[in-house]
Design a protein around this ligand. Sequence first.
Ligand code: ATP
Length: 301
Amino acid sequence: MSEILKLEAVTKIFGSYTAIESVSLSLKKNSVLGLLGPNGAGKTTLLRLITQIVLPDSGQLFFNGEQLQEAHRTKMGYLPEERGLYRKMRVQEQLIYFAQLRGLSPREAKHQSRDWLKRLEIEHLQSQVLETLSKGQQQKIQFISAVVHQPELLILDEPFSGFDPANAEVIKKEIQALQRSGTTIIYSTHRMDTVEDVCTELVLINQAKIVLQGEPHAIRKQFDKGYIRLIYSGTLPDSAKAGIIEQKQLTDVKASYVLSSALDKKMLLSLLIEQGEVHAFEEYLPSMYELFLEHVNKPMV
Ligand SMILES: Nc1ncnc2c1ncn2[C@@H]1O[C@H](COP(=O)(O)OP(=O)(O)OP(=O)(O)O)[C@@H](O)[C@H]1O
């Protein structure tokens, strides 16, 4: 059984508003799924359906091949968007409490909490009351509370929010390490810069529906228009000028271009080499950011 999670035509309606509409997806064990989408698209609702905080109005969810049920909760870790820790409780007490709640023995709970505090280099905070910690430090504690019981499936809603770039990098590395040790990860994010490094799968949600789905490079390849990226010092030959899609001056002499696929690549390259200095001449795939904008702005049918 290589599938950890499966959704079949899942729909969630709040009053008269459909927040998730007939979403189907299947997730292989050990993958990292990035959930992208504009504000209000339905990402958090989808995560809440998987964690059973809300129940679907129709459709089915399966975990490791079984109908999703209460008992699966201890096999999942959830970092919610609205962080929920006890402000007056001490750090270590709190982590031990959450770990035990998710099925660890007191001894194992203590061991794992200590280990994680050390990994995130905040062991010196273990006896502090949560509310005396900075926002980023509290975020780290919240992250630990989601992973301390070694869940099979880890669900993270905007895991990088509240972190400075250095700590965001620390969290990114931990997510990658968890994947290497066998954890399956789903996370929602607005940070397009991290998705291709971290994710093996991407899902783009817009207006309650999935509009793009697949492996990041494959999604980009699907929308390949055959463009060329050229970084060049010199005067562009006339034949290339006609094919300019995008142009950016980098220095007085050096510029970056996106050129149309209509050009004869071999001939163009030899002309360029003859007349100037070629710094880069490569296949240009649309970025996830461009695809995001394109698909989110398109009216959905
Ligand atoms: N409990 C609820 N009751 C009523 N409407 C809700 C509820 N939860 C979510 N919604 C609505 O469902 C839609 C999707 O919300 P959701 O929080 O899933 O979006 P999101 O993609 O996570 O957005 P963001 O990126 O802004 O966090 C929104 O219009 C929201 O108002």
